[in-house]
Design a protein around this ligand. Structure first.
Ligand code: MF3
Ligand code: CO
Ligand code: CO
Length: 269
């Protein structure tokens, strides 16, 4: 769904609009985090995301977002345990030991902010903690590796080395993406190096996400035949993810979706 017509290198007023969208999305994440606890359903989290967003005059981008088997039915994604991404909120009750990624995307005055965090529900297994830590560290390593006009592949090199060094795998079927007036636009941001990403560069003014999905076992996923959205690991083992929206500036990367209360760079889960 990459739309090549979208403008990629933004000027000052557009950059400020992206800063506002990112800031709102981070506030939404800080709002929802206190509800991500044992006993809550993912459907309740979704209702809160929807209400918080629309009551402030903004729009949840996932709602009715087009997919191959029909539009996405909810306002955020909640991906539990072996779900890699695009889990649909429902009546599942979060329980001690689960890990759940909550991915929220807001449209503020026509501009997008997109971020996600994996939450540990109560005490979790060592393996669940380790894969969550790896996804978080991979995101921050990639942010710290990129510089103005560097190849997009700088991101993939940093993430692949770290994840595989810890014995985990990096998902390839789903990637980070440019965003702005469109939810998903150029450039494509793979979390492993590719021929195209060695050519593409992160020019100042480019806004994009980094959102590594890290698996305990094999990297491959399988999309649910019924709902057409939920992607699970092929081997049923755990998967974790973190996402920030980033703007490359003349000075270096600026994180547009930093939270007040979420895990900060260097956090140990
Ligand atoms: N927020 C996801 C991303 O990071 C995309 C979700 S698309 C949806 O790109 F339709 F599933 F919501
Ligand atoms: Co994204
Ligand atoms: Co997202």
């Amino acid at each position: 769904m990459l739309q090549s017509k979208a403008k990629i290198r933004l000027a000052k007023p557009e950059r400020d609009a992206m800063r506002r969208a990112g800031q709102f999305n981070a506030q939404l994440m800080d709002y929802i985090r206190e509800f991500v606890k044992p006993g809550v359903t993912t459907g309740e989290l979704d209702e809160r995301v929807h209400e918080y967003t629309v009551s402030r005059g903004h729009r949840p981008a996932p709602l009715h977002y087009p997919g191959e088997k029909g539009p996405y039915p909810r306002s955020c994604c909640t991906s539990i345990n072996e779900v890699i991404c695009h889990g649909i909120p429902n009546d599942y009750v979060l329980q001690e030991g689960d890990i759940v990624n909550v991915d929220v995307t807001s449209v503020v005055d026509g501009w997008h902010g997109d971020s996600s965090e994996t939450f540990l529900i109560g005490e979790v297994s060592d393996e669940a903690r380790a894969v969550t830590q790896c996804a978080f560290d991979c995101l921050w390593l990639a942010i710290r590796a990129i510089t103005p006009n560097c190849p997009v592949a700088t991101i993939g090199h940093a993430i692949r080395a770290e994840a595989e060094g810890r014995g985990f795998s990096v998902v390839r079927e789903f990637v980070g993406h440019g965003l702005g007036r469109d939810f998903h636009q150029e450039p494509t941001i793979p979390h492993y190096p590719t021929r195209q990403s060695r050519r593409d560069r992160l020019a100042p003014g480019t806004c994009f996400t980094i959102e590594p999905m890290i698996n305990v076992g094999v990297r491959q996923g399988v999309t649910d035949k019924q709902d057409g959205w939920t992607v699970r690991t092929r081997d049923g083992k755990l998967s974790a993810q973190f996402e920030h929206t980033i703007m490359m500036t003349e000075e270096g990367p600026e994180v547009l979706t930093p939270t007040k209360n979420g895990p900060q760079e260097g956090h140990q889960f």
